[in-house]
Design a protein around this ligand. Structure first.
Ligand SMILES: *Cc1c(COP(=O)(O)O)cnc(C)c1O
Length: 448
């Protein structure tokens, strides 16, 4: 049975009930002619064939990029709410879904450890959420730079360009950890530091505890980009990076993407602020000087206007089913961590295979050693392994390639001939619950 099929009767019944509500206003719009039915069926057939051109994101043999289908509860709820198509731009665009947005934001704030003076809203994704947080950062420190580590998402540098704000790249060491002394030495120029909790490349949790200390001593704002990693807070007491997660609530702003690890379809990011007073930067002509979250409509604290109310409905329902607790959504995140750790130790056992770095979260970087230890040869082998998996079709595997600057690679593996600018290694994102039981099979497919 298809992953979504068991939920169809629930959706059908909910649609019928919602239709009765619609019809109660006096208009029945629910019929199509046989000819239209056939025509649409043919279109759906053609669409299905085209969609089969995708990689199998749903399958644990796909351990490539950060992709997976949404939870069926999210799908069902989105599909249902979308038949109304509320707009969470303003309260009047969809009162119930706006309420749901406020409720899920409160739950996210509680997860982070923010108090009731915090403010936040959903966005259409992590990019716009980060842009908004950097916009606030620039308004607060208009003459100072935004600094982010070399492993931060490229969006920060790009958005600083959009915001006409200076960007400083903090160098990272060969383990990917940003240089704290560099921050100290440049503190007078920095207005805001972006700390990534779960880098997009290797899932590195940057040292928030140390960075917060430097930042506080120098009146620097701290923005946490936890677009990928945010929900790992639910199980942070089991992570090697635990101590950093304990400080999450001290960040001035935080971005977390429900469409990454929150089981949502694309179109669902979020941004939260520790202090609701930042609301004043959105409305220059506002009579308010001080805000609490209840004073503001969602549309007044967001750079975006129209946004899908269905996104809020989907996320709200998902959290009713899998709450933001260790045993709720946390249990899924725990499986992803187990999968990554299991895979990492299996790779270590295989002769010729090397782990690049112990995973912080559910992303593993590794490679197969060439006979001749040269970076050029390593890169060829990585490409071969990557292509091979895709060519094996339904019994294959899907990975991604990751480029490491050669000098960084050489610090970890000094006996390689430095004959290329970058070392290309393999990277796998184990973001599905199903990965946990598939690790042995995946290693088998990879190494046979
Ligand atoms: C994915 C990601 C982003 C960008 O978010 P989108 O939702 O893709 O727009 C930003 N930062 C980090 C750390 C990410 O993983």
């Amino acid at each position: 049975m298809n992953q979504f099929e068991p939920y169809l009767p629930i959706l059908e019944e909910a649609l019928q009930k919602l239709d009765s509500w619609r019809v109660s206003y006096g208009k029945d719009t629910g019929s199509i002619s046989d000819a239209q039915f056939e025509q649409i069926q043919k279109i759906a057939d053609r669409l299905t064939v085209r969609l089969e051109g995708n990689y199998p994101f749903h399958h644990p043999g796909y351990a490539g990029q950060m992709l997976k289908p949404p939870h069926p509860v999210a799908w069902l709820s989105y599909a249902l709410a979308m038949t109304i198509n509320p707009n969470n731009h303003a309260l009047d665009g969809g009162p119930p879904t706006s309420e749901m947005e406020k409720e899920v934001i409160q739950k996210m704030a509680a997860m982070i450890g923010y108090d009731s003076n915090s403010l936040g809203h959903l966005t259409s994704g992590g990019t716009i959420a980060n842009l908004e947080a950097l916009f606030i950062a620039r308004e607060i420190h208009p003459k100072k730079a935004v600094a982010a580590s070399a492993n931060a998402h490229y969006t920060h540098q790009r958005m600083c360009h959009v915001l006409n704000c200076e960007f400083i790249k903090i160098p990272a060491d060969h383990f990917g950890i940003p240089d704290i002394d560099f921050i100290k030495n440049n503190a007078d120029q920095i207005g805001t530091i972006v700390v990534t909790l779960g880098t997009t490349g290797l899932g590195i949790v940057e040292p928030l505890q140390e960075i917060l200390k430097v930042a506080k001593n120098n009146h620097i704002r701290v923005h946490a980009d936890a677009a990928y990693g945010g929900f790992f807070k639910l199980i942070s007491d089991e992570l090697p990076s635990r101590r950093h997660w304990d400080y999450l609530s001290e960040c001035d702003s935080i971005v977390i993407d429900p469409h990454k690890h929150g089981l949502q379809p694309y179109g669902c990011g979020s941004v939260l602020y520790k202090d609701a007073a930042v609301g004043k930067y959105f409305k220059h002509d506002s009579p308010y000087t001080y805000f609490t979250s209840d004073d503001l409509h969602l549309g007044e604290i967001s750079l975006e206007c129209s946004r899908a109310g269905a996104s809020a409905a989907a996320f709200w329902s998902t959290l009713e089913f899998l709450p933001l607790t260790k045993s709720g959504l946390g249990s899924i995140l725990a499986s992803t961590i187990n999968a990554a750790n299991k895979f990492a130790s299996r790779i270590k056992e295989e002769s010729k295979w090397q782990l690049y770095r112990n995973p912080d979260l559910d992303i593993v970087a590794y490679f197969k050693e060439p006979n001749e230890k040269s970076i050029l040869r390593l890169n060829q082998i990585s490409h071969e392994i990557f292509d091979r998996g895709m060519n094996l079709g339904t019994s294959g595997y899907h990975l991604s390639l990751f480029k490491v600057p050669a000098d960084e690679f050489l610090e970890n593996f000094p006996d390689y001939q430095p004959n290329a600018e970058h070392a290309v290694i393999l990277r796998s994102v184990f973001m599905k619950e199903e990965h946990e039981d598939f690790v042995d099979e995946l290693v088998q497919r990879l190494t046979s």
